[in-house]
Design a protein around this ligand. Structure first.
Ligand code: SF4
Length: 138
């Protein structure tokens, strides 16, 4: 599955879970809503749970063990980053949903490495380091 398609599916799943709210939704209902096979769906939900976006609770439904899925607080957090960080390549990267241990290794990413080594970023690190040192002296 390409990164882009996986990203679209994840967004759809997250929207469904967000809509379900505190009540939650049975994971099989998610598969039905977007016509997704359960194997792929389980994999995505496990990843979203590990990333802290959802919570899964085991339940018995019609005599079978399944999970009810609810949004975690992280799903509703709106980040406001300093404008200096607008250019972080990960924010615009098609591989972001797969960029973690076992899939892509950020430590080997050329795009991220180039950004970290760019003159502007180096200056930003110096300024942040100075702020942190100044803060620890107070
Ligand atoms: S580390 Fe590289 S591959 Fe991973 S999200 Fe950032 S830019 Fe994309």
């Amino acid at each position: 599955m390409s990164g882009e398609i996986s990203d679209i599916i994840e967004r759809k799943i997250l929207e469904i879970i967000k809509k379900a709210g505190k009540e939650g939704i049975l994971q099989r209902e998610i598969w039905h809503k977007i016509d997704l096979d359960s194997r792929r769906g389980h994999k995505i939900l496990r990843r979203l749970e590990a990333q802290g976006y959802i919570v899964r609770e085991p339940v018995i439904h019609k005599g079978r063990k399944t999970y009810i899925v609810r949004p975690a607080a992280r799903l509703f957090i709106k980040f406001r980053l300093p404008p200096e960080l607008d250019d972080v390549p990960c924010f615009y990267c098609e591989f972001l949903p797969q960029c973690y241990e076992g899939y892509r290794n950020p430590l080997e990413c050329e795009k991220l490495k180039n950004w970290l080594e760019a003159p502007f970023t180096a200056q930003l690190k110096v300024e942040l380091g100075a702020k942190i040192r100044h803060g620890s002296e107070n």
